[in-house]
Design a protein around this ligand. Structure first.
Ligand SMILES: Cc1cc2nc3c(=O)[nH]c(=O)nc-3n(C[C@H](O)[C@H](O)[C@H](O)COP(=O)(O)O)c2cc1C
Length: 335
């Protein structure tokens, strides 16, 4: 069975990628993921806030807070306090890149345009095969216009592209008025890959303690429908590679993303839930499905259920919506 895949110009042994999570917070974690068979590993993100903390400590350079600070904090690796700065990150990256024979992709989460380029370059110098920009910018100020948020994404990408020669992917939020258009704009601005979609950790309220609690819920397969729909729409419309992230629990979820047109399929929640070795279960299941359906390479099946080129998108979406409503009507009639 030929599972080999190209992503961001890199040759991968298969299309399963461990996405950024605490599993890649240590060298041992990266080794375990590689040992379980994934095609590439994305390290957990280096957050600009961490960079700032270190800069503040070292040079007493204070900087403004950010809208996404609270959200980003909930992503912090557990031992961030021990060495919150980029040095630990860059050292892990360098050691990981040397220790495993699969591409190690660095992930950068910044806020201000100025904060991105130099760290991206340091990541490249430390051995990153590619850089994933985790642009989790949440405009908490309701006066910020959508176009401004979009432009920030483009500006950040351009800055980083100018600073590095390794491929650059952008991990996007689904919260755009037109997620398709921002994808096209990023593609035009030179993104080598689009990672659809970032999954925000949203705080919850505990009514017993009357407190706001940070929520780190793992995903479920139903959440894959949104990114899968956009991958099916964008397949064939962008030059950039498409990476699917969210809701992979079993091999069927990997298959569905590939059929929709994903170049690679990422997993975090399932690998956290079941352990990194679950990667082997996903890959075995993919091979088993391919054998049963008569496919000998992932290239043959990738995108066969993408939205066909030239489709009237509005009519296509509407037809699906109407079909769904009819199915719901029939189901209710059975009650
Ligand atoms: C505990 C946890 C930590 C995460 N940390 C990061 C991170 O540092 N950077 C990032 O881009 N995404 C991070 N993510 C998001 C995942 O990479 C992934 O995109 C998201 O969870 C959806 O995939 P899944 O459904 O397979 O979990 C994190 C997710 C979880 C659950």
């Amino acid at each position: 069975m030929d599972l080999s895949t190209r992503y961001l110009g890199l040759a991968l042994r298969n299309p399963l990628v461990a996405s950024a999570s605490p599993l890649s917070n240590t060298l041992d974690g990266v080794r375990r993921l590689a040992g379980a068979g994934v095609g590439a590993v994305v390290l957990f993100s280096l957050f600009e806030e961490q960079v700032r903390q270190e800069a503040e400590r070292n040079a007493r350079l204070a900087d403004a807070g950010t809208d996404s600070f609270a959200e980003s904090l909930s992503y912090f690796p557990a031992d961030a306090d021990a060495d919150p700065g980029p040095r630990r990150y860059l050292s892990l990256l360098e050691r990981a890149a040397g220790a495993v024979d699969i591409p190690v992709i660095a992930s950068l989460n910044g806020v201000t345009p100025g904060g991105w380029a130099s760290y991206a370059r340091e990541m490249q110098d430390a051995g990153a095969a590619a850089i994933e920009l985790n642009i989790s910018y949440l405009p908490g100020d309701p006066h910020i216009a959508g176009r401004e948020v979009e432009q920030r994404h483009i500006d950040i990408l351009r800055r980083v592209k100018d600073a590095v020669s390794v491929p650059v992917a952008v991990k996007l939020s689904p919260y755009f008025s037109s997620a398709g258009e921002i994808a096209l704009r990023l593609d035009e601005a030179g993104a080598d890959g689009l990672v659809l979609f970032n999954r925000f950790l949203q705080p919850d309220i505990d009514p017993e303690t009357l407190t706001v609690v940070p929520g780190i819920d793992l995903s479920s397969p139903a959440e894959a429908r949104l990114p899968r729909t956009w991958i099916a729409i964008l397949r064939g419309q962008v030059r950039a590679c498409l990476a699917a992230t969210t809701g992979v629990e079993g091999a069927a979820d990997v298959v569905k993303y590939l059929l929709a047109g994903a170049d690679v399929v990422m997993s975090a929640s399932a690998l956290i839930r079941h352990g990194p070795e679950h990667a082997a279960v996903l890959l075995d299941g993919l091979s088993e499905w391919m054998g049963r359906k008569g496919y000998s390479s992932v290239t043959e099946l990738r995108g066969i259920l993408a939205v066909p080129a030239g489709t009237d998108q509005a009519a296509y979406q509407r037809a699906g919506y109407v079909r769904t409503l009819r199915a719901a009507d029939s189901a209710l009639a059975l009650w």
